[in-house]
Ligand binder design. Structure first.
Ligand code: ZN
Length: 145
């Protein structure tokens, strides 16, 4: 799998507004600081799918799916992480530099990929805290059903 530089992944993450991206798939309604929609991942009649702009994360109280903008695109488009990065790059007009063909990059690529994993883990940690808070705030998540 060709490596995509961290800087590009970060740039896309900072330019992609999860509310806007999710809004291309489902109709979001604003309520306070959050946006709600009927979940695109399971059948439902009342919205339990929540998107938070400040955290750039989504959470479904029905099927418990959650994640950031990359995760959303992966699940919706059925692509892997790199696929989601490429798709968002295309949509946002961000150019992904092609990996150099000098061959010097094998070890470097592995290192980069490890760093990317670290960073993704950090993001997940931050959003996980938010998800826990969501669960507490909604008394077990039943308030919206
Ligand atoms: Zn759901």
């Amino acid at each position: 799998m060709p490596g995509i530089p961290d800087t590009v992944i970060d740039e896309i993450r900072s330019r992609a507004d999860i509310v806007e991206i999710v809004g291309q798939y489902v109709q979001l309604r604003r309520r306070g600081n959050d946006y709600w929609a009927c979940c695109p991942f399971h059948q439902e009649k009342t919205p339990s799918f929540k998107v938070n702009s400040a955290h750039q994360a989504y959470y479904c109280f029905g099927c418990r799916r959650s994640g950031d903008v990359y995760r959303f695109v992966q699940e919706r488009e059925n692509v892997d992480f790199i696929g989601a990065v490429r798709l968002l790059a295309q949509r946002l007009g961000v150019r992904i530099p092609e990996p150099s063909s000098t061959g010097a990059g094998e070890a470097g690529a592995a290192e980069r990929s490890a760093r990317q994993k670290d960073r993704r883990y950090e993001v997940l940690q931050a959003t996980a805290a938010w998800f826990r808070q969501q669960l507490r705030d909604t008394h077990g998540g039943g308030a919206w059903r």
